[in-house]
Design a protein around this ligand. Structure first.
Ligand SMILES: C[S@@+](CC[C@H](N)C(=O)[O-])C[C@H]1O[C@@H](n2cnc3c(N)ncnc32)[C@H](O)[C@@H]1O
Length: 503
């Protein structure tokens, strides 16, 4: 396959003249957790200790850029093929395709169905912030931007309304005695094997459908022992427990939502020993990943949580110099639903209603009462409001009863919530400060294409932000849609990354 290879230092015009057929990276955007069994945690710890620190750095000096045309759409803009790190002198408006280095293991820890790739915050932090900058990550998820900020010595505030994400971020931003935690986990498993008493502490809808009786018994035993262990070890142990819950449920590997479907594959019979085995496996994985992450020189005192944990209401007495984030995607993942099992098993919610209440707080929520969605909402953005009317009236696609009205309201509420978020951020950001977001460029809802990135940009502009830079990242195999058997929702092709400045 022929393609033009050019060092990035050469001019973009030269690139364009040299364009020919290109190569696509096979890199997926959403990480897949590798279920490789780690033979010995101690060996891993020792191995990591002797790794050279440069092997772990994403700031290598081997960045290369190539350009290729979009094979499917020959008239489309050419993609700049980038190897490893996004260069800070990338031309404004570029379309890029990224060939990635293998990332640090810490990024893959914890369930988060729409992880950002670290190259985006890394690029932004290098280009728009300095050593003394204070950063905000309002939709922290699994903490990708927090890790990037800490790696380059920035102070960082973060929030996320999902308690599972909060746990993941806490684990990644605390330095803990890993050898002691490993020993504590081994003690828990050894005791679990001979435990006779089984409690019944968890109650949620369809629990017996998703969890075999023996699995429930194993999870109850491990959970009780975690809560009896040393308090400071519990975050790591609970994160391993959360992964065990997902793995030992009867949900097929790779599924995101606990939705009953006709095509659920046969699941193996499991016993409580399987639960104990997986728990130890995940503790090992976490310890291995954290050991690697601890080799970096970052300070736990540089991290703060926003008290409200709600990106629409950023409270506390602090200001920041820059925001870097990836907000929820419209009509894509319901993060609370997706983490239903973990939220219940870890006691983050005590009953179905508490979980549903959390879901209502999510930006992009579909939990809207019918009395509300019967009304047509107006955002004040002319283009957006016309698209919302098209969805409401079913001009492009008539969905089942009430669905057009609901979807129209979901879109309206998403943008109003994001407006509230931008407003809150505006007051936390110093004048001249930057706000960078990465979001799917276009979402198709009831056949209507919503230009998400541009609409967010328009809303923020009205509040006093001004766009200073953007680029588009080609996504591969990206389908972030709730499985509700609809044919009106398409695949997101690009993430658009926009940098705005507070004037
Ligand atoms: C696209 S994900 C962020 C992924 C993250 N960048 C990562 O790499 O893991 C969006 C996140 O926004 C969170 N979120 C949704 N509504 C929120 C709200 N009202 N306040 C704070 N976080 C919210 C979700 O829980 C989810 O973790």
């Amino acid at each position: 396959m022929a393609y033009a290879t050019l060092r990035y230092q050469e001019s973009v015009e030269t690139f364009r003249r040299n364009v020919s057929t290109g190569v696509r990276s096979e890199t997926g955007f959403v990480y897949r957790f590798q279920f490789l069994y780690c033979t010995s945690s101690i060996c891993n710890l020792l191995y990591i200790k002797y790794m050279h620190i440069n092997q772990l750095s994403i700031f290598t000096d081997t960045s290369q850029i190539e350009i290729s045309s979009d094979i499917d759409h020959p008239k489309a803009k050419p993609y700049i093929e980038i190897k490893y790190n996004i260069p800070i002198d990338l031309p404004n408006g570029s379309y890029i395709s990224l060939h990635r280095n293998s990332p640090l293991k810490v990024y893959s820890l914890g369930f988060q169905p729409a992880k950002t790739i670290p190259e985006i915050p890394a690029w932004f932090l290098q280009k728009y912030t300095s050593q003394s900058s204070v950063i905000l990550e309002p939709f922290a998820g699994s903490g990708t931007s927090i890790i990037e900020a800490l790696k380059v010595g920035r102070k960082v505030f973060w929030s996320d309304n999902n308690p599972l994400s909060q746990l993941i971020c806490r684990v990644k931003t605390t330095r803990l005695p890993l050898i002691d935690i490993l020993a504590a986990s081994q003690k828990i498993v050894a005791e679990a094997h001979i435990e006779k008493t089984v409690t019944n502490s968890v109650n949620f809808s369809n629990k017996d459908f998703w969890f075999q009786q023996e699995v429930q018994a194993g999870l109850e035993i491990i959970k009780r022992k975690i809560f009896l262990s040393k308090l400071s070890y519990q975050t790591v142990l609970l994160l391993a427990f959360a992964s065990t819950v997902r793995k030992c449920s009867d949900m097929n590997d790779g599924l995101i939502l606990a939705a009953k479907r006709s095509n659920i594959k046969e699941v193996p019979q499991r016993n409580r020993q399987d639960v104990f085995k997986y728990f130890q496996f995940y503790v090992d994985k976490i310890i291995e990943a954290l050991s690697e992450w601890y080799q970096f020189d970052w300070d736990i005192d540089d991290v703060r949580e926003v008290p409200s944990q709600d990106a629409r209401n950023l409270d506390g007495n602090w200001l920041c110099d820059a925001v870097v984030t990836s907000p929820p995607y419209i009509n894509a993942i319901d993060y609370i639903w997706a983490s239903k099992f973990e939220l219940h098993w870890l006691d983050f919610v005590r009953n179905n209603q508490q979980r549903l209440d959390l879901s209502s707080q999510e930006i992009g929520t579909e939990r809207i009462p019918s009395s509300e969605y019967k009304q047509l909402g107006k955002t004040g953005n002319h283009t957006l409001d016309n698209l919302i009317i098209e969805i409401f009236n079913g001009d492009k696609y008539k969905a089942s009863k009430g669905q057009n009205h609901l979807r129209a309201r979901v879109v309206y509420k998403y943008f109003m919530d994001m407006q509230q978020h931008f407003y809150s951020c505006y007051h936390k950001l110093k004048t001249g400060g930057y706000y960078c977001f990465a979001v799917g460029d276009v979402s198709k809802i009831c056949g209507v294409e919503i230009p998400v990135a541009d609409s967010l940009n328009d809303i923020a502009t009205k509040l006093g932000f001004q766009e200073v830079f953007r680029f588009h990242l080609l996504l591969k195999n990206r389908k972030l849609n709730i499985p509700r058997n609809v044919n009106w929702a398409g695949t997101i092709k690009h993430d658009t990354i926009i940098v705005m400045q507070k004037s």
